[in-house]
Design a protein around this ligand. Structure first.
Ligand SMILES: *Cc1c(COP(=O)(O)O)cnc(C)c1O
Length: 376
């Protein structure tokens, strides 16, 4: 996808906010605890390389990504810090991980045995973290036998450096901690089975580090908090209080490219789902669902100049229309998603409006939107 640099639409990312969030989280760390910024999916849409560089400036200890390619992107950009791939990497690529000093997740014994076949040669040593499925049902060991056999397998094998063991919580962001507690117990059980001594045993995501300080975790895998967003912000539950002020880093901005008066009884956009009930001033904004601003945003309120205006009619692939309260010049700024958490069009309000979570709204913003970085 070619970024649209000749159109007035972009995702703006405040790197000062990202650094602030990371520095505040560093202050919360327990002695010896490490901070890994989770920058999978292009840093939740914020741009992985720039976010990584900002994170290095404030001294984070490492990074987590979802897939091997994301780790390679960071290495190519000159990032030397530890990088853990959280997803399952096909074993045919383990040598590539070794040659770039990238740590991989082990989901089960079968993966380990297949990976071993690829690691011929004396100094072919793969750094691994054993994943434990304590209740996500996603990846990791869930049977004692398999886990014990993997420990035995690793004890007399020199192709693996067991750096870590970890689990992931399904509901660390919920005020009801019964399922969370069950997961902690399950993870503790697996810790008890260990025959090896991994350097880092870790469980914390942003939510666990914010809301469950009692849990032991040698690494905090800090994702959504890096971007200044409260992990508990989902429509189904009330926000839990975070331990410091998070600063949202991302805004999505464009401009009016046309302003014109549409007469009474005229339809706006495909299907004429909106029909003017009077003469109205319509502004056209050159972004649409192809940018990841999905059709469900029809009716959402965005900021045009100093006014909040509704999106009317269906959102097109590349354009959308807003109803203006008065004439405004072409070139007037349009803030589709604000980085001000109090604004009616902040990312949480946007996510609520389309029945999803802010993680998804940020990730959906497409590569056609250039990322513009600033510090303020
Ligand atoms: C995405 C992810 C994280 C980060 O979660 P946040 O809620 O964004 O802090 C941590 N660990 C794993 C395994 C993940 O997949």
């Amino acid at each position: 996808m070619v970024p649209g640099i000749h159109r007035p639409a972009a995702v703006y990312v405040n790197l000062a906010a990202i650094k602030h969030n990371l520095k505040e989280e560093q202050k919360q760390l327990k002695p010896g605890q490490k901070l890994f910024a989770v920058i999978k999916a292009n840093a939740y849409g914020h741009g992985a390389v720039k976010v990584a560089q900002a994170a290095i400036e404030v001294g984070v200890d490492g990074f987590c990504v979802a897939i091997l390619d994301e780790a390679l992107e960071l290495r190519q950009a000159g990032i030397k810090a530890p990088i853990l791939v959280l997803g399952v990497t096909p074993t045919q690529y383990v040598s590539l991980a070794v040659s770039h000093d990238i740590s991989l997740t082990v989901p089960d014994l079968a993966w380990l045995k297949e990976a071993n076949k690829e690691l011929t040669g004396e100094d072919n040593e793969l750094k691994i973290h054993l994943a434990v499925d304590s209740g996500m049902g996603r990846i990791g060991f869930s049977e004692d036998q398999d886990f014990l056999a993997a420990n035995d397998f690793l004890l007399d094998n020199h192709h693996f450096n067991v750096e870590g063991m970890y689990t992931h919580f399904a509901s660390a962001d919920s005020s009801d901690d019964s399922y969370f507690t069950k997961q902690v117990e399950c993870f503790n059980h697996f810790k008890g089975l260990l025959k090896l001594k991994p350097k880092w045993i870790h469980a914390d995501n942003t939510a666990a580090s914010q809301f469950h300080q009692q849990v032991e975790s040698d690494i905090v895998r800090f994702g959504i908090g890096t971007y200044g967003l409260n992990p508990s912000s989902n429509p189904a539950s009330q926000d839990l209080p975070v331990r410091f002020k998070l600063e949202p880093a991302l805004s999505f901005e464009s401009e009016l490219v046309q302003v014109h008066t549409v007469h009474k009884n005229q339809g706006i956009s495909y299907g004429s789902t909106y029909v003017t009930d009077s003469d109205q001033i319509i502004g056209t904004v050159p972004v649409g669902y192809a940018d990841g601003f999905i059709r469900k945003f029809q009716g959402f309120t965005v900021k045009v100049g100093d006014e909040y205006c509704p999106i009317i009619g269906r959102i097109c692939m590349d354009q959308l229309m807003v109803r203006l309260p008065h004439e405004m010049p072409v070139g007037t700024k349009v803030i589709l998603i604000s980085n001000n958490p109090q604004a009616p069009n902040d990312i949480k309000a946007a996510a609520d409006y389309v029945d999803t979570i802010h993680y998804e709204v940020a990730c959906l913003l497409d590569d056609r939107l250039p990322r513009i970085y600033y510090e303020k």
